[in-house]
Design a binder for this molecule. Structure first.
Ligand SMILES: Cc1cc2nc3c(=O)[nH]c(=O)nc-3n(C[C@H](O)[C@H](O)[C@H](O)COP(=O)(O)OP(=O)(O)OC[C@H]3O[C@@H](n4cnc5c(N)ncnc54)[C@H](O)[C@@H]3O)c2cc1C
Length: 469
C-alpha cells in the first residue's frame, strides 16, 4: 500500500509528490500525457531547433515560490535566466512604461506625477516580501501568518478592485501597465481583490524578477521529476485516470485535475457543480527570423511585453472575452521573448516568440489576424520576421490538457469570491467529501501560475492526516 498517489504531473501535482516524498512517504504519480509537465513544458512546435513553451513561459511566481525555493532544483538542472528588463508596456507613441528590478527605474517610467505614489505603494511590502508572499499564498490559512500585520495591510491595499487602486494615480502610463498585470489572470479590472493580483506581479518583479528557465519551462517539470525520483518516488506517464479503481491502493489520493474531472472520477456527483470556468486564450508560438522589431527600445530587452494601448482598450478586451462572449478587437496581448535571455531556444540569429490574447471560453474562431494586427501597431514589420507559427485556440488547449476546461488556462474563473476561495467557499479547499481524496490543482488557492503552492498546501493537509493515522 502506497502512502500517496498523485494524479497529474503538472507543477502542483509534482510539488505535492515531492513534498510528501521528502518527508519519507511513498508516492507514485500518474500522468495522462506521454511526458510530465502539464502547463510547464517545452516542445518543437514549429521548425527543427525552435523550442517553444506551449503553456507557461515567464516565471515571476516560479522564481519567488516559497515551495520551489525550499527545494534544491538547481541541482536538477533548473537555472533561471533574467532578461535585462522583467517587463515592458509600450505605447503607440514609441515610449514605454516598465517593470524593472529597481523600484526607482519603474517609478520613473510612470512619469513625475505618479513616481512618488508608486514608491510609497510598493516599498513597505517589498521590505517584507518573503514573509508576505508565504502568508498570502497560504490563504485561506493553511499556516498561521508569520506577519499578520503586513498581511492585513496588504489586504487593505489588495482587496479593493484594481480600478480603485488606479484612481490614486494620475497618468495613463501606470494605469495601462497595472491593468495589464491584472489581466494576466484574466480578472475583470473592477473585480474584488484584483488590486492584489497586480501588486503581487509587481512585487515579484522587484524582488526576484520575471525570468525564463534555461531551455524552457519543461526544465522546471524535469527538475521536480528528477528530484522526486531521487527521493524514491515513481512517475507513470501515458496513464489517464478515469476511475478511482484505476489506481493502486494508497492511504491518500491527490488530484492535480479540474474539480469537474475529480467529481467524475471519484463519484462526487454535484459536489463541485457551483464551480465556474472562465475565459480562454488564443495562443501563437512563432519561429522568427530575428528579434521582434519593437518601436519602443525598452521592449527589445524585456522578457515579457504587454500590448494594450491604454487602460480603456485593455478593459474592453477583458470585458469582451469574459462578459460579452466575443473575441476582442483589438485583443490585449501578453507576449514573451525567451530568446532575449536564452540563446539555446532557437538556431543562431533566430528567435522563439510567445503570444496570447484572451477569448471567450470554448471560442471556436481564429484570432491570428487580430493578434498580428495588434503586434504590427507596436512592432511594424513584425509579419516579415515570421518563419512559422503554431496556433492553439480553446479547443486545442482543452485537448492538450484536461484541466483547461473550455480552454480556461486558470482551471476556473478568477473573479468574485472564487478568486480567493476556490473550488468552494471553505477554509479546507484541498479536502473533498472523501477523507482520503484531495485536490491540489490551480482550482485551489492560491490559483493559477507555475508556483507549486497549491500542491504544497494540499500536501501539508495530507501529511498531517497521514501522521495522525
Ligand atoms: C497558454 C498558457 C500560458 C500560460 N502562461 C503562464 C506563464 O507564463 N506563467 C505562469 O506562471 N503560468 C502560466 N500559465 C498557467 C500555468 O501553466 C498553470 O496555472 C499551471 O500549469 C497549473 O499547474 P497545475 O499543476 O495545477 O495543472 P497543470 O499544469 O494543468 O497540470 C495538470 C496535469 O494533470 C494531468 N491530468 C489531468 N487529468 C488527468 C487524469 N484524469 N489522469 C492523469 N493525468 C491527468 C494533465 O495532463 C496535466 O499534465 C499558462 C497556461 C497556459 C495554458
Amino acid at each position: 500500500m502506497l502512502d500517496a498517489v498523485v494524479v497529474g504531473a503538472g507543477p502542483n501535482g509534482l510539488t505535492a509528490a515531492v513534498e510528501l516524498a521528502r518527508r519519507g512517504f511513498s508516492v507514485a504519480v500518474f500522468e495522462a500525457r506521454s511526458t510530465v509537465g502539464g502547463g510547464a513544458r517545452t516542445e518543437e512546435l514549429t521548425l527543427p531547433g525552435f523550442r517553444h513553451d506551449p503553456c507557461s513561459a515567464a516565471h515571476p511566481l516560479g522564481v519567488n515560490s516559497p515551495a520551489f525555493r525550499a527545494m534544491p532544483l538547481e541541482r536538477y538542472g533548473l537555472r533561471w535566466l533574467h532578461p535585462e528588463l522583467p517587463m515592458a508596456h509600450p505605447f503607440l507613441d514609441g515610449s514605454a512604461a516598465v517593470l524593472a528590478r529597481s523600484v526607482a527605474e519603474t517609478a520613473a517610467s510612470f512619469g513625475p506625477r505618479d513616481a512618488g505614489a508608486y514608491r510609497r505603494l510598493i516599498t513597505p511590502f517589498l521590505h517584507r516580501w518573503d514573509t508576505l508572499l508565504r502568508d498570502f499564498m497560504s490563504l485561506p490559512l493553511t499556516a498561521l501568518p508569520r506577519d499578520p500585520v503586513t498581511l492585513a495591510r496588504f489586504g487593505l491595499a489588495g482587496l479593493p478592485p484594481a480600478t480603485a487602486l488606479m484612481s490614486r494615480f494620475h497618468d495613463e502610463r501606470f494605469k495601462a501597465l497595472f491593468s495589464g498585470l491584472v489581466a494576466h489572470t484574466i480578472a475583470p479590472l473592477n473585480g474584488f481583490a484584483t488590486s492584489a493580483i497586480g501588486l503581487v506581479f509587481a512585487l515579484a518583479a522587484h524582488a526576484r524578477g520575471w525570468p525564463v528557465p534555461l531551455g524552457g519551462s519543461q526544465s522546471i517539470s524535469d527538475a521536480l521529476t528528477a528530484y522526486l525520483l531521487d527521493l524514491g518516488g515513481a512517475v507513470h506517464t501515458d496513464y489517464e485516470v478515469k476511475r478511482l479503481d484505476d489506481l493502486p491502493p494508497a492511504r491518500a489520493y491527490i488530484f492535480d485535475t479540474s474539480p469537474t474531472a475529480l467529481a467524475r472520477i471519484a463519484g462526487f456527483g454535484s459536489y463541485y457543480d457551483g464551480y465556474r470556468y472562465g475565459p480562454s486564450v488564443f495562443k501563437i508560438d512563432y519561429a522568427l527570423d530575428g528579434p521582434v522589431p519593437w518601436t519602443a527600445p525598452e521592449a527589445r530587452t524585456a522578457g515579457t511585453v504587454q500590448l494594450g494601448a491604454n487602460r480603456t482598450e485593455i478593459a474592453r478586451a477583458l470585458r469582451a472575452a469574459s462578459r460579452e462572449d466575443r473575441a476582442p478587437d483589438p485583443p490585449f496581448l501578453i507576449t514573451v521573448q525567451p530568446s532575449v535571455a536564452d540563446p539555446t531556444r532557437a538556431p543562431e540569429g533566430k528567435q522563439v516568440f510567445w503570444v496570447y490574447g484572451h477569448v471567450p471560453n470554448n471560442w471556436q474562431g481564429d484570432l491570428t489576424d487580430g493578434i498580428e494586427r495588434q503586434l504590427e501597431r507596436f512592432a511594424p514589420g513584425f509579419r516579415d520576421r515570421v518563419l512559422a507559427r503554431a496556433t492553439a485556440g480553446p479547443p486545442e488547449l482543452a485537448a492538450r490538457n484536461a484541466n483547461y476546461v473550455g480552454g480556461d488556462i486558470a482551471c476556473g474563473a478568477v473573479d468574485g469570491l472564487q478568486l480567493l476561495l476556490r473550488p468552494r467557499p471553505t477554509v479546507f479547499p484541498y479536502r473533498t467529501p472523501h477523507p482520503a481524496v484531495f485536490l491540489c490543482s490551480s482550482a485551489t488557492p492560491p490559483g493559477a501560475g507555475v508556483h507549486g503552492m497549491s500542491g504544497h498546501n494540499a500536501a501539508k493537509d495530507v501529511w498531517r492526516r497521514l501522521r495522525r493515522r
